[in-house]
Design a protein around this ligand. Structure first.
Ligand code: ZN
Length: 290
């Protein structure tokens, strides 16, 4: 070990998602280093890694996206070994975000392998198959004031706005694990500048997709990160917080990618639930009788 001269370079890591409870770091190991990650989030995190290495070999590649399981500490991404005696250096650039975009959301059942199909049906339900509950109480009826690809804030976005008075109970449309809760904001305005003051709950689904419930009322969340919620569970009260023109619930389902989200259209159970599930349409009122 001491016959090698170790040159430590100031690590310049950057990423645009520093709000995630996630970090990567180097640790000294025999004849080199390990490059590790701590993921304290309640869902997997995918991390794009760009290592700059001089006189070091990497056991698990480079310039790749690595999947770090939920709630994992000291996860070894790769081991770095000195190639020959002499100077070496390392540096890392990473970008990361929630979810598993190394293996993608399972949104198709077009898989030939019988075992794979049975596993998917048992353990995950894809977005194309999944039927969502209306996110409010039985008996309530609300209008979709802005639908998929709506003319105002939903351009090129598959999101839904349910017009409802402040303080309306919000129920989970699908079961999952709560990843993030922000309900401390109080500010509202009708311009994009208020986007940063959004109050929301983020839930991770078994197929790798997420749902977001936005503009919830200040201090109204009934759940915390790590909570497992069931479909139809009370999670918060609606509000008018953040970038919002009127009291409503903004709901969207998406697949996360490193920077952007791919929002998804999803089918809902409406009325008493005996008729076919539908994609909700703008300016139509939907009652939950189930
Ligand atoms: Zn909206």
């Amino acid at each position: 070990m001491n016959k090698y001269l170790f040159i430590f370079i100031l690590l310049i890591s950057y990423n645009s998602f520093s709000q995630l409870n996630f970090k990567t770091y180097f640790k000294k190991a025999e004849n080199g280093f390990e490059f590790l990650a701590d993921n304290n989030e309640y869902c997997p995190v995918s991390v794009e890694v760009d290592l700059e290495l001089v006189n070091l070999s990497t056991s698990n590649g480079n310039f790749k996206t690595y999947l770090i399981p939920a709630r994992t500490k000291d996860f070894v991404i790769t081991t770095l070994k000195a190639i020959k005696a002499g100077k070496y250096k390392y540096n890392s650039k990473t970008r990361y975000n929630y979810g598993d975009f190394a293996t993608k959301v399972k949104d198709t059942v077009a898989v030939k392998d019988k075992d794979t199909i049975s596993v998917k049906k048992k353990d995950t339900v894809s977005n194309q198959e999944y039927i969502y509950n209306l996110p409010y109480k039985k008996g309530k009826k609300f209008k979709v004031s802005q639908g998929y690809n709506g003319a105002e804030t939903h351009q090129k976005k598959n999101a839904l706005d349910f017009l409802m008075p402040i303080g309306t109970d919000i129920y989970a449309a699908r079961e999952g694990v709560v990843i993030k809760v922000v309900d401390y904001n109080t500010k509202t305005c009708i311009t994009k500048g208020c986007l940063e003051y959004n109050n929301f709950i983020l839930i991770y689904h078994s197929d790798g997709s997420f749902s977001e419930y936005s503009h919830i009322n200040t201090n109204s969340a009934k759940v915390k990160p790590g909570y497992k919620v069931t479909k139809g569970q009370l999670i918060a009260k609606s509000g008018n917080i953040g970038w919002s023109t009127n009291p409503h619930l903004h709901f969207e389902v998406f697949k996360q990618e490193i920077i952007k989200r791919e929002t998804l259209k999803t089918k809902f159970k409406i009325n008493d639930g005996t008729e076919a599930s539908v994609y909700l349409e703008e300016n139509v009122k939907y009652q939950r009788k189930y």
